[in-house]
Each structure stands twice: as structure tokens, then as C-alpha cells.
Design a protein around this ligand. Structure first.
Ligand code: HAM
Length: 423
């Protein structure tokens, strides 16, 4: 016999003992979005490859090495989305989602992303993002609002010990000046750079700042804040002033450049010490030139994406609550074969009344069924045999109190609901 097929490397099955936690976090993500007045957009999972090569940037790791790209049967180059920002901007432009009067369109979405990365704890080839974007405003207060959305989302989930790291990566006016200064400095120390950074030196020198290996060289690099134009410096000051006013503790990290090319001005991440090497639970920033890069008009934007897999990992390590795992309200127990159709009827009456209910389909005896009822965590066992049918009642046992009473058949849903604390 051939070996049974396993899932591909780097992808995970989110099994029942975990999936309810995902539903909880997704619910909180939607609730946070609602409070901040974001509306949901459900984007397609695949897009034209060009959207990412032009939007995220040709020289990024994502586009160079990590995309799942294929040619479809119509001979088009298609890519499974590695992120959502480019798609969100495409959708904004394609459907004219702009808000009259100059306020940003606030859009959010969630779903799986795909990157061909080396799998490790907190890093997968299919992973979920919670993505929040504010498109159409230059205001630095919108940058602050985006950062506050992330902080509020994590606060709502009970996450602790997070570090907010922020930087400015300048704009097309001032970044080229910095880029030249940086190249000049790095060329002087080229021999000492790691191989990856040697190749980054001309193509994408700012990424060298992010290198984990060349820390000592990066420490001596020119300071980006000495090159920022007045507009970028003022923008940054307003963002940080707003954060300070809102009581947010942040760290300025001038080496934070992020792995996507569309960023201008603000770049930020929120990090957790509970994740090991993949410490970022979210990352984001401003992207004022993305719309033009993908062939649209000039539309500024700012946003972030949180990694749902990582959020759940951190919450697990920190013992955060995921709400209660939904347990059964009732387990229908049927000791007599002849009563099975009546038991089925009762089961559906309970479900129609909005209760979570199940029953035995394996033909087990009374004892076995009661064992299953207890193991399932059900609040009540509803026992219905020939004797009960003859008298038009059901024996309802409160499984937490081990107390039993006879309830008229028609009243069982109401009785179970009250035992389950649902009425
Ligand atoms: P990113 O930093 O590439 O940014 O990803 C955002 C978050 O997604 C990361 O902080 C991390 O939590 C999670 N993540 C990334 N890759 C993986 C992976 N392989 N496995 C598990 N989790 C991962 C973006 O994608 C930008 N689109 C964010 C953004 C939105 N910027 C502006 N708006």
C-alpha cells in the first residue's frame, strides 16, 4: 500500500481543539474594526502577479523568492496573495471607494496569505492576517489611529508585554538622499557585509539596516533622521505626539525598514518576547505611492496587518482567555431501540429552540450513552425511552448537579435552556 498523503510543508490544519480559538479572535477583530468604524472587504485570494511585483516591489524577498505564482489556463500569471495591502488598494481604486470630503476609507479584512518561507515557530507558508487599512488621507493622526487600532485589538485580546516600535523611512523627496549616504557608508565596509547584504547593497540598501548578522556595521550607519525632509520630520513628530497623548509607550528604532517597498514616512511593528525569532505580531506603515505604483492615481494610505497565527500563539503562551469553548447544552439519551425516532424528534426540537444538542448514533447501551453525555460536557442529559414516551415526559438530568426530574415533552427545550443559563 502507498503511504497516505500528508499536508504540504509549512501549512497547518487548524483542528477542532484550536479552531474555536480562531473564531473567538476573529470575532474580537471584527468587533475592534466596528468600534473604529472600519468596514469589511473580502478580497480574492489570488491576483495578477503584477499587482505584487509592482506594489510590494521587485527587489523584496517576498517578490523575489516567496510568491506562489503560476500560469492559469488562460495563460495569465497569477499569484496567491502574500499580503493584502496591494489588493486592498487595487480594490479601492477599481471600485472608487474614496470617501467624499477627505476622510479616509477605513477597510479591514482577514484571510490566508501565502509565502514560500522556511517554516519555523510562528512562520508558515500559509498564514492568516487581520488587515486594517485607512486609504485616502495624508493626516498623521490617521497613522496614529492605525497604530491605536493594533494596540486596542491586542488589548481587547488580553495580550501583554508588547513593544511598539516605530520609525520613519522618509519619502521619495528625502529617501534618495539617505539612500546615497547609506550606500557610500556601506561600500566602505562592503567586505565585512554578509552575502545577502552584499547583494542588497545596490538593489535595496535600506534592507541592510534590517540585517540580523551585520548589527555592528548597521550601528555605525548614517542616521535616517538627519536626512528626513521637513514634511517627513513634522509628520513623524505629530504621529508620536498623538501616541504620547494617548499614553502609548513606543520605541524609536531607526533600523526598522520593513520588508515591503511601498512604505513612506511611518513604519511600525508590534513585537512580543513570547514568540522567539519571529517576534512581530503585526507590522504596518504609510504607503503614499502604492496606488501610483500599481497604475492608479495618487492615493495616500496607511495600515497594518497582524499575523493571526502568531497572535494565537502569544495568547496561548500568556494564558489569555479565548472565551468559553462552546459545550453541548443537551445530550439526548435513548435506552430503547423502539424509541429512537422519538429521540430524533426531541433532538431537532432542542436544536430548533437554539440549543446545542446531539445524540448517540452508535447504538450504545444506556450506560455508554450516559458516559458520552458526561464526557461531552453537556449541561443536561435528556433521557427518552419507551416508559417516558408512554407518559409523555422526558427525564432531564442536570449533569452538574446529578439531579433528575421528569419534564413534559413539550417543555423540555425551555427546561434545558434554563439549566444551560440561556433563558
Ligand atoms: P508583514 O510585516 O509582511 O506586512 O506581515 C504582517 C504580519 O503578518 C507580520 O507581522 C506577522 O505577524 C505576519 N506574518 C508575516 N509572514 C508570516 C508567516 N510566514 N507566517 C506567519 N505569520 C506571518 C504586511 O504584510 C503588510 N501588508 C502590512 C501592512 C498593511 N502594511 C500596511 N498595511
Amino acid at each position: 500500500m502507498s503511504e497516505s498523503i500528508k499536508g504540504p510543508r509549512g501549512v497547518r490544519d487548524i483542528l477542532p481543539d484550536e479552531s474555536w480559538k480562531w473564531a473567538y479572535v476573529l470575532g474580537r477583530a471584527a468587533e475592534t474594526a466596528g468600534r473604529f468604524n472600519y468596514s469589511e472587504v473580502r478580497l480574492p485570494i489570488f491576483e495578477h502577479t503584477e499587482l505584487f511585483s509592482r506594489g510590494v516591489g521587485d527587489t523584496t524577498d517576498i517578490v523575489e523568492k516567496e510568491m506562489y505564482t503560476f500560469t492559469d489556463k488562460g495563460d495569465r500569471s497569477i499569484t496567491l496573495r502574500p499580503e493584502m495591502t496591494a489588493g486592498m488598494m487595487r480594490s479601492y481604486v477599481e471600485h472608487s471607494l474614496g470617501v467624499p470630503g477627505g476622510n479616509p476609507a477605513k477597510l479591514w479584512g482577514a484571510g490566508p496569505m501565502f509565502r514560500y518561507e522556511r517554516p519555523q515557530k510562528g512562520r508558515y507558508r500559509q498564514f492568516w492576517q487581520l488587515d486594517y487599512e485607512e486609504i485616502g488621507s495624508e493626516s498623521p493622526l490617521v497613522d496614529a489611529e492605525v497604530i491605536m487600532t493594533a494596540i486596542e485589538l491586542f488589548r481587547t485580546l488580553g495580550m501583554r508585554n508588547l513593544e511598539v516600535v516605530i520609525n520613519s523611512v522618509g519619502c521619495p523627496k528625502c529617501r534618495p538622499v539617505y539612500r546615497e549616504k547609506l550606500i557610500g557608508y556601506l561600500q566602505g565596509r562592503c567586505d565585512e557585509l554578509c552575502d545577502t547584504c552584499k547583494s542588497r547593497l545596490q538593489r535595496n540598501p535600506l534592507r541592510v539596516l534590517d540585517c540580523k548578522e551585520d548589527r555592528e556595521i548597521v550601528a555605525g550607519a548614517p542616521d535616517i533622521f538627519d536626512s528626513l525632509c521637513d514634511e517627513c520630520a513634522e509628520h513623524f513628530n505629530t504621529v508620536t505626539a498623538a501616541l504620547t497623548r494617548l499614553g502609548v509607550k513606543y520605541t524609536l528604532d531607526k533600523t526598522l525598514v520593513r520588508g515591503l517597498d511601498y512604505y513612506t514616512k511611518t513604519a511600525f511593528e508590534v513585537k512580543s518576547g513570547d514568540l522567539g525569532a519571529q517576534s512581530a505580531v503585526c507590522g504596518g506603515g504609510r504607503y503614499d505611492n502604492l496606488a501610483e505604483a500599481i497604475g492608479g492615481p495618487h492615493v495616500p494610505g496607511v495600515g497594518f496587518a497582524a499575523g493571526l497565527d502568531r497572535v494565537i500563539l502569544v495568547m496561548g503562551e500568556q494564558g489569555c482567555s479565548f472565551g468559553a469553548q462552546p459545550a453541548l447544552d443537551a445530550y439526548v439519551v435513548c435506552p430503547d431501540d423502539s424509541a429512537r425516532l422519538n429521540a430524533v424528534e426531541l433532538l431537532y426540537a432542542l436544536r430548533r429552540a437554539g440549543l446545542k444538542a446531539d445524540m448517540d448514533y452508535a447504538g450504545r447501551g444506556m450506560k455508554g450513552q450516559m458516559k458520552t453525555a458526561v464526557a461531552s460536557g453537556a449541561k443536561a442529559a435528556c433521557i427518552l425511552g419507551g416508559d417516558e414516551i408512554a407518559r409523555g415526559v422526558v427525564a432531564v438530568r442536570d449533569l452538574s448537579a446529578a439531579a433528575q426530574e421528569e419534564v413534559p415533552l413539550a417543555d423540555v427545550p425551555v427546561r434545558v435552556a434554563s439549566l444551560a443559563g440561556k433563558r
